[in-house]
Design a protein around this ligand. Sequence first.
Ligand code: ACO
Length: 335
Amino acid sequence: MYSTRIAGIGHYVPERVVSNKDLEKLMETSDEWIQERTGIKERRWIDPSTDDMPSTMGTKAARIAIKNAGLQPEDIDFIIFATLSPDFYFPGPGVQVQDQLGIGEIGALDVRNQCSGFVYGLSVADQFIKTGMYKNILLIGSEYHSGGLEKTTRGRGVTVIFGDGAGAVVLSRSEEKGKGILSTHLHSEGKHAKELALIGPATNRWVDTIMKESDPEDTSYYPYMNGNFVFKHAVTRFQEVIFEALEKNNVGKEQIDMLIPHQANLRISQFVQKKLELSDDQVYNNIMRYGNTTAASIPIAMSEAHMEGKIKPGDLVCLAAFGSGFTWASALIRW
Ligand code: ACO
């Protein structure tokens, strides 16, 4: 069996900065409320006049990751793309990245696990690499939330949280034992699917049905979130899945050099940090600048932490995510 190492990381966020003050102009909210409840100061939203889309942002992040891995696009054997906001209903953006990178007819897989999508994708890539099927896999998390959010007071509970952006990693085969991805842990509880969901359009609520109804009160086009309910589950599941990874690898929580939680809400990260008794240096948060970018949040945070020298060779890095599904997941990595 081979090991899987992270050979290169990159991220890309749209240039347009949307501050909490900017949102005050669109809905009844306040900078104070948003910062106090979520920790978010600003987020990036795509400027629709640019070519930024989930696939193109993903490709931009991917080019950086591939370069940082010391590889060329044609060295990539397989693409995995995690998003809840694909360019098209189908096909998923994995194939668009294959085209945009101008590489051979390699496989492209799309992952639909929302905030846990990046860790789910990491787990899939790890299995392919460990077994020798592929040598270099490109894994992307990319989201374009702003185009689908309800930018009114009715939508404020969801809209103020989400931002756009992309992160990517190249995962490569390694023969070094005890290094790279040590384990991944994946979970779901579908009975809560509707607590954080976008119901339509989909095959159980197809566009012509929605058009026929055309009710101005119809909010099914917009994401719905039962915020309090999600929050309570998130704080529990984050801890559970982190401890599961630590136990599997026989390491204590104090041995974590860097925890990179999915950036759902700063209060959730702080709660988990406190429970794990980790110092500020052991947890990386950037939700203040980007909001919640769902599948992109972990790779963007990992890319920034790495650029800032906060992840060093030999470090024990833990990734953890929770989100719509509900799904939750963790990964333990010896850098
Ligand atoms: N500005 C001002 N007031 C607001 C806003 C806003 N943007 N949003 C809601 N409010 C009001 C509500 O209407 C409510 O008013 P009321 O008491 O008069 O009814 C009050 O503020 C409190 O609302 P709550 O929803 O109870 O606020 P809460 O403290 O729970 O914070 C939040 C809401 C930030 C959404 C929080 O619940 C949260 O972070 N939940 C978890 C999010 C998460 O982890 N999601 C998973 C990942 S995302 C994914 O998978 C796609």
